[in-house]
Design a protein around this ligand. Structure first.
Ligand code: PLP
Length: 362
């Protein structure tokens, strides 16, 4: 691989398209012919404003965001959105319901509890988060203002492949680890947020998409940095933004548009997932974590017969140029993250390594 790059299965920050990395390199000394470097240019300059405008337009096109929805670039990661979303949408005495399908959803409901009556109405912790709920397995409370869920559970490797029933209430979505990688109906949600460091760009940048309802819900007197309306009013430039991150995100969306848009990404991700799950299902040696119907296209998790073999797998894989395969400490085992920029070639290299590993250790 060029530049000595190895196969990067890391969960985030994650692999970016090489062409984007090269564009970033070229923009460092001189952004778009301005004579000013990407890290050195004012966020109030015309050159940078054009980057922001283009980023918003591309996100709107690629994700098919309705014209009256707002697209914001924020900081603080998805973790800040756990609290900020509740702070803006929940008023005193209000309730909100959460589908707890993994560690991140647990954190989301915990933060929302600081604001109002947030409740886990479905929680798979006793089953060690092997699946997501089907419609009909939970009931959204009458007084809930919204239903919050997490499309893809980065740590456990489960994913919603349907739009969860919200009992007619607005949906709030943590879309961090599969945004722009799987089908998404933005118009069926009122607030979507995602840390950029998986499918969209570098860490330190958060994308938020809000319906007019979500924007208008913000109570008066919120701290400025936690008030969506403040950021919306100033076009994500209320304070100094992560200018570098916005530039990279704009380039990632340009790369998507040049490569078949969202449909292209979905097809490539499907092919990668079919390759890896095909290998996992070929023999009983591998023990996939997620139930089949809830398997994630983006993060695939599995165990081996012993922890010692898992350690050997990660070590030998690394030596073979396959990095980032150690499972999250709360699940153990192996995790292969296959975000948009990971190529099928990398997944085929992993599958070949797995066949060889099994023939030697199986
Ligand atoms: C689904 C999900 N939500 C939230 C987070 C936390 O994101 P951040 O580190 O941007 O706060 C992560 C990080 O991996 C994640 O995968």
């Amino acid at each position: 691989m060029s530049y000595g790059r190895i196969h990067n299965f890391g969960a985030g920050p994650a692999v970016l398209p090489l062409s984007v990395v090269e564009e970033v390199r070229d923009a460092l000394p001189n952004l778009n012919g301005s004579g000013l470097g990407l890290l050195e240019i004012s966020h109030r300059s015309k050159t940078f404003q054009a980057v922001v405008d283009s980023a918003v337009a591309r996100v709107r096109r690629v994700l098919n965001v309705p014209a009256d929805y707002s697209i914001l670039f924020l900081q603080g990661g998805a973790s800040l959105q756990f609290y900020m979303s509740a702070l803006n949408l929940l008023h005193p005495g209000d309730a909100a319901d959460y589908l707890v399908t993994g560690t991140w959803a647990q954190k989301a409901v915990k933060e929302a509890k600081r604001v109002g009556d947030a409740k886990a109405i479905w929680d798979d912790a006793p089953n060690n988060f092997k699946r997501v709920p089907k419609n009909g397995e939970y009931t959204v409370r009458d007084n809930a203002v919204y239903l919050h869920y997490t499309t893809n559970n980065t740590i456990y490797g489960t994913e919603f492949h349907h739009l969860p029933d919200s009992g007619g209430k607005p949906r709030v979505l943590d879309n961090s680890s599969d945004i722009a990688g799987v089908p998404l109906d933005v118009s069926a949600h009122d607030l979507i947020y995602a840390g950029a460091q998986k499918n969209l760009g570098p860490s330190g940048l958060t994308l938020a998409i809000l319906s007019p309802w979500a924007l208008a819900r913000g109570a008066a007197g919120l701290p400025a940095m936690l008030d969506y309306r403040v950021h919306e009013k100033d076009g994500s430039l209320y304070n100094t933004p992560n200018a570098f991150g916005i530039y990279v995100l704009e380039r990632v969306f340009a790369w998507m548009e040049a490569n078949g848009g969202l449909e292209g990404a979905i097809a490539r991700n499907r092919a990668k997932a079919d390759t890896l799950y095909g290998e996992l299902d070929r023999t009983g040696f591998w023990r996939p974590h997620a139930e089949v119907a809830s398997r994630s296209v983006m993060n695939v998790t599995w165990r081996l017969p012993t922890e010692a073999l898992e350690e050997t797998f990660v070590k030998e894989a690394k030596a073979a140029g396959l990095d980032g395969l150690k499972g999250h400490r709360s699940v153990g085992g192996i995790r292969a993250s296959m975000y948009n920029a990971l190529t099928l070639d990398s997944v085929q290299a992993l599958a070949a390594f797995m066949r060889d590993f099994e023939s030697r250790h199986g």
